[in-house]
Ligand binder design. Structure first.
Ligand code: PMV
Length: 318
């Protein structure tokens, strides 16, 4: 055994939140500039396994509920290793250090990102590089502890380096032409995904045709957005983001805070701006023409009340 380490990053939903619940396709955007790193250090035999993170530092065995997904990341990976040729893994005590820049409860995939980094760091103790499917299954095991029934969108996004297309259970990386620069801004208010999903369900029960038509149109925007990424068409992508925000607003999953940040980004000539994730709090995602423009948008967003902003890009390095 050696000191294992790994890293992952946050994610946001580019297009398709809520509609994906009703079967529409979705595009997930990796936020590679907002990172999680994890190291796993073997301790001497018989020592107590420990966790060190901003949420909890202390024995793994008596960790509070908030870090049970992280505990699962350690134990599930050791179990997997013990079953696949590393019988000593089951009894090896580890000190696991997690450093996460991904804010919690903002739709940025913090729990999946921590799970991705910790599972891979623990495997690395044994020199094992987890294959994509095994890694995904281990992350999902942690996500079930964190969220109940995760779709898998977060688990894919936090390990991807390109946008990920989700349609009918099929996932595909999207090959991007050129470079796209995004600014993510935090309202400072936790997202309320569960309530927002329930509200859309309620509306669907009362007015199924209305919701079905919005779902259909968001699906169309996701397909169009995918085309713009492949074609390197930033203007076109921005237009799909703006349209998606209007449709999500008709589903009543936006909020005053989200609308104010979207407005501020558009006032700073963002190519597009929308809420991202479950809504009713959480973050907005905006598209900038270039890095200099991204800096101006970020300033406008903070002036409008954003508590944090992150700039991230996909595609070719300029
Ligand atoms: O808030 P997030 O990033 O976890 O996204 C929720 C996305 C929804 O489509 C609203 C719900 C879901 O389970 O897909």
């Amino acid at each position: 055994p050696r000191v294992g380490s790994s890293a992952s990053h946050g994610k946001t939903i580019l297009i398709g939140e809520h509609a994906v619940v009703y079967g529409a396709p979705a595009l997930v955007l990796p936020v590679t500039d907002v990172r999680v790193t994890a190291t796993a250090s073997p301790l001497s035999a018989g020592a107590e396994p420990t966790l060190e993170s901003t949420v909890h530092t202390g024995p793994l065995g008596s960790a509070p509920a908030a870090v049970l997904p992280t505990v699962t990341a350690v134990t599930a990976t050791l179990r997997h290793l013990a079953q696949t040729g590393h019988p000593d893994a089951g009894a090896l005590p580890l000190h696991v250090l997690v450093d996460s820049q991904v804010p919690t409860a903002r739709g940025m995939g913090s729990s999946a990102a921590v799970a991705a980094a910790v599972t891979a760091a623990v495997a690395d103790v044994f020199g094992v590089a987890l294959d994509t499917d095994t890694h995904h299954e281990l992350i999902q095991e942690c996500e079930r502890v964190a969220h109940g029934r995760p779709s898998g969108l977060d688990a894919r996004g936090v390990v991807a380096t390109e946008p990920v297309w989700f349609a009918a259970g099929v996932i595909e990386p999207v090959q991007v032409t050129g470079r796209f620069v995004f600014v993510v801004a935090d309202t400072g208010v936790p997202g309320h995904t569960r309530e927002a999903v329930a509200a859309v369900r309620n509306r669907h029960d009362r007015a199924p045709a209305m919701v079905d038509s919005v779902v259909e149109r968001i699906g169309g925007l996701a397909r169009a957005a995918r085309g713009t990424l492949v074609d390197g068409d930033a203007q076109g992508l921005g237009a799909t983001m703006d349209a998606a925000h209007e449709l999500l607003t008709t589903l009543d999953v936006s909020s005053g805070d989200l609308d104010r940040l979207v407005g501020a980004a558009r006032g700073a000539d963002a190519l597009g701006a929308k809420l991202t994730g479950g809504g009713r709090g959480g973050c907005v995602l905006t598209l900038a023409a270039d890095d200099e423009h991204a800096a101006r948008i970020a300033t406008a967003l903070r002036t409008a009340g954003a508590t944090a902003t992150w700039t991230t890009s996909i595609g070719a390095r300029a």
